[in-house]
Design a binder for this molecule. Structure first.
Ligand SMILES: Nc1ncnc2c1ncn2[C@@H]1O[C@H](COP(=O)(O)OP(=O)(O)OP(=O)(O)O)[C@@H](O)[C@H]1O
Ligand SMILES: [Mg+2]
Length: 366
């Protein structure tokens, strides 16, 4: 049986350490590997034979195997072949320990089996630690990359789904409001007769006027044209006023300096979208009654802060943990990263504080 050292298995799973498996038929050697490697602070497992090693691999997520080449039964090369022959273990790094001087042919045999490196006896502790440390780093990087790929995949799927939702919503809105309005206008136009023409034309004109107003309001929400013309400060004010009118939520808006300077177009759009998302989140999720927004230019930094007095976010959301955030915060993080800035979500007690800091001159983040 393989024996985890110092930690029980359930504890091991909760720690962000990697598992290193040491395989040797001589217990004294296992003890000396343990003494050398313990200062790396990783989880160390021992196996007294190739079979025990396979058993341990099946039950644990092992990153590095340190194995003796000469063992009774299955030797180190055969063990390596079996490990790398299994798709689940093809990324496991294997470090061979060999007492005899190894010829090039032996080394090649090892590499054929997917081995990664060799160390010869007598072992130089620093060298062994350095090699295992490199493999551990490599394993962590691979793990991070895999998790990033996973996050990207999940995000892009959700982005696509969100885009579809958005299109559906726009289509429904156009159909239900504008479509009805125009249908009435058409019916009224069909009924026009000469004697009542003036009155009926006025009715049609009023219906068309209302339809136009709705088109403007739908397209403003999708992209406020004022943003390009009058800038962020006024559009944020307009947006917050609209929110207060529609929802009754109190909003306060602080700007510094006033008037706030114009920024490059893509920066204004990104900041506006971030604000919209943060405010929408406060409105949808916080159950609060007030929202404060502050836009500041301080030195070479632009700071946008949105705070509410609601119930606050969980620790997972505030750490922007994968799986806890949706398209909204995911998109916000993406936009902030593109501008070379930082996004922070703090539990403000009461409420949530969303803070974005970006360099005012995008050239600075290159
Ligand atoms: N101001 C807030 N107050 C309380 N909870 C919040 C707040 N902002 C975000 N959250 C929590 O964080 C979660 C993730 O937010 P995010 O904006 O990423 O996704 P979402 O709003 O659920 O969906 P969408 O993708 O449509 O934006 C929310 O579901 C909510 O539970
Ligand atoms: Mg959201």
């Amino acid at each position: 049986m393989s024996r985890p050292i110092g930690k029980r298995l359930d504890e091991i799973r909760t720690l962000d350490k990697i598992n290193i498996l040491m395989v040797d038929d001589q217990p004294s050697k296992l003890l000396s590997y343990e003494a050398i490697l313990s200062e790396l602070g990783e989880n160390l497992f021992q196996a007294g034979s190739a079979n025990e090693a396979l058993d341990c691999l099946l039950r644990n997520d092992v990153a590095v195997v340190l194995t003796d080449v000469d063992m009774p039964g299955l030797d180190g090369f055969e063990l390596a072949k079996m490990i790398h022959g299994h798709p689940r273990f093809e990324d496991v790094a294997i470090l061979f320990v060999s007492a005899a001087r190894m010829t090039d042919a032996d080394r090649l045999a090892g590499y054929d089996h997917g081995a990664v490196d060799y160390i010869s006896v007598p072992i130089v502790p620093e060298l062994l630690r350095a090699k295992v440390r490199v493999f551990s780093r490599l394993h962590r990087k691979t793990r991070e990359l895999k998790s990033l790929y996973g996050e990207m995949g999940r995000l892009s799927n959700r982005m696509i789904a969100a885009q579809d939702d958005e299109r559906r919503r726009i289509a429904r809105e156009l159909h239900d409001s504008l479509g009805q309005q125009l249908a009435f206008a058409k019916m009224a136009a069909d009924r026009i007769n000469v004697s009542e023409a003036r009155e009926q034309a006025a009715e049609v004109a009023a219906l068309i006027e209302e339809a136009l107003r709705q088109v403007r309001s739908i397209s403003h929400l999708l992209h406020p044209p004022m943003l390009d013309e009058i800038g962020l400060e006024y559009v944020i004010g307009w947006y917050l006023e609209g929110l207060t009118k529609r929802s009754g939520i109190e909003t306060a808006f602080e700007v510094e300096p006033r008037p706030f300077p114009r920024l490059p177009q893509e920066m204004e759009i990104a900041l506006y979208r971030i604000l919209q998302e943060a405010v929408t989140n406060a409105y949808r999720h916080s159950a609060g009654r007030r929202i404060w927004v502050r836009l500041q230019l301080a030195g070479e930094q632009i700071r946008l802060a949105v705070r509410d007095d609601g119930k606050g976010v969980s620790r997972e959301v505030s750490a922007l943990r994968v799986g806890a955030v949706g398209v909204g915060l995911g998109g916000m993080r993406q936009r902030v990263a593109e501008l070379g800035g930082q996004l922070r979500l703090a539990i403000a007690e009461p409420g949530t504080l969303v803070e974005v800091v970006i360099p005012s001159n995008p050239a600075h983040c290159d």
